[in-house]
Design a protein around this ligand. Structure first.
Ligand SMILES: O=P(O)(O)OC[C@H]1O[C@H](OP(=O)(O)OP(=O)(O)O)[C@H](O)[C@@H]1O
Ligand SMILES: Nc1ncnc2[nH]cnc12
Length: 255
């Protein structure tokens, strides 16, 4: 895997290092500028640009993007909506997790900020409350965090789409490809009925493989997927192009 290391300034570490140093556990890298706001230490974190499928080569910007028009617009219809920039600022970026070279977008720090978490849910609820959606399908694991409060607020049921062999009842499965190998998502038979209108929720869309499999799974049982919604999009990975005619709505996107 080819790597290019780009260091934020000032940074004493030379680019010749093949393995970047490990930051302290409580390091915080806000998405927007990757500025170091962790505890005071001599360590300065590198910013990585990676040539693999999960790289995030540009800082994430605050926007809500709707793929129907393929234009960027704010979720609240207000271009200056301060809620989105706050949400973006509390998402932490952790280098080299879960493996070297990955810039992991960590939404657990968003959950610690009660206003930003509530605003995230509200932005989705404002968009979907009048859309006659009867079921919200959340993708394991982080779709289980955002999906249920949205479902309750819009008066829809919540259905978990799980990793293989987790659901106890009869399931239907859909396979999808990963960088290496394949994975599956599963849903309980009978959780949704043909003709229902669904919203699919996850925290992040990267390559789009997971959402694509979720759409196929729901469509196989005759459910209409009204839209997919995520907090974060990594647009360079072109995930939305894999979703066909199903619209994708995101709150925070890279440039
Ligand atoms: O667009 P894609 O390339 O398919 O990637 C997006 C998926 O990757 C992450 O989940 P992950 O597979 O890491 O599972 P986890 O939430 O259970 O850790 C994320 O929460 C999405 O579900
Ligand atoms: N960079 C990333 N951060 C968090 N979750 C991901 N899923 C796929 N790529 C990811």
């Amino acid at each position: 895997m080819r790597r290019v290391l780009i260091f934020s300034s000032p940074n004493p570490i030379t680019p010749q290092l093949s393995t970047p140093p490990t930051p302290p556990v409580n390091a915080v890298f806000p998405i927007r500028n990757c500025r170091w706001i962790g505890p005071s230490t001599s360590f300065q974190p590198p910013v990585l640009r990676l040539h693999n499928y999960q790289r995030t080569p540009t800082p994430l910007l605050c926007s809500a993007t709707d793929s129907v028009t393929n234009q960027t617009k704010m979720a609240s219809q207000d271009e200056q909506d301060p809620r989105i920039s706050k949400i973006s600022s509390v998402i932490r970026v952790i280098p080299n997790f879960p493996k070297p070279g990955i810039l992991f977008q960590d939404i657990t720090t968003l959950l610690l900020d009660t206003k930003a978490f509530r605003d995230t849910i509200d932005l989705f609820v404002e968009r979907y409350r009048e859309k006659d959606i009867s079921v919200v399908a959340g993708i394991e694991a982080r779709g289980f965090i955002f999906g249920p409060p949205i479902a309750l607020a819009i008066g829809a049921k919540f259905v978990p789409l799980r990793k293989p062999n987790k659901l106890p009842g009869e399931v239907i499965s859909e396979e999808y490809s990963l960088e290496y190998g394949t994975d599956k998502i599963e849903m309980h038979v009978g959780a949704m009925q043909a003709g229902e209108r669904a919203l699919i929720i996850d925290d992040l869309v990267a390559t789009g493989g997971t959402l694509c499999a979720a759409i196929r799974l729901l469509e196989r049982v005759g459910v209409h997927v009204v839209e997919c919604a995520c907090v974060i999009e990594l647009p360079e990975l072109k995930g939305r192009e894999r979703l066909g005619d199903t619209p994708l709505f995101v709150l925070v996107s890279s440039a």
